[in-house]
Design a protein around this ligand. Structure first.
Ligand code: FES
Ligand code: FES
Length: 140
């Protein structure tokens, strides 16, 4: 169903009622932070994950300065990755988000921002863990 201004109603819903807006403590060892920008438009997305010892994402928060599709994409992503392993979450493609939210081709880069953001958050978490456990130098 296409809502006004050509946005699909799922986009409107995530835009008007975004899920999991907020911030996690970026200094916590359990939290990974991804901060990415879209060169095409200057929009910025911050996505944070909280990860338990088993490597499962237990909490997710985002803040997005950007268009409705970017906000909807990040909102959708936070719901999608909760309860997933890092590998599962890192495998989510922007095309899935775009399809789920019925984004038009011109808005594909908005969903790309969400894919970049979760990858960046996972990378940040992993590099923190590596530092904390000293595994960078462990396998000598
Ligand atoms: Fe950035 Fe769409 S161009 S809000
Ligand atoms: Fe740039 Fe949506 S993120 S127009």
């Amino acid at each position: 169903v296409v809502a006004k201004r050509g946005y699909h109603e799922k986009v409107i819903d995530h835009y008007e009622n975004p899920r999991n807006v907020g911030t996690l403590n970026k200094n916590s060892p359990d939290v990974g932070t991804g901060l990415v920008g879209a060169p095409a438009c200057g929009d910025v997305m911050k996505l944070q994950i909280q990860v338990d010892d088993a490597g499962i994402i237990t909490d997710v928060k985002f803040k997005t300065f950007g268009c409705g599709s970017a906000i909807a994409s990040s909102s959708y992503m936070t719901e999608r990755v909760r309860g997933l392993s890092l590998d599962e979450a890192g495998g989510i493609k922007n095309t899935e988000i775009a399809k789920e939210l019925c984004l038009p081709p011109v808005k594909l880069h908005c969903s790309m921002l969400a894919e970049d953001a979760i990858r960046s958050a996972i990378k940040d978490y992993r590099s923190k863990r590596t530092k904390a456990t000293g595994t960078t130098t462990a396998n000598v």
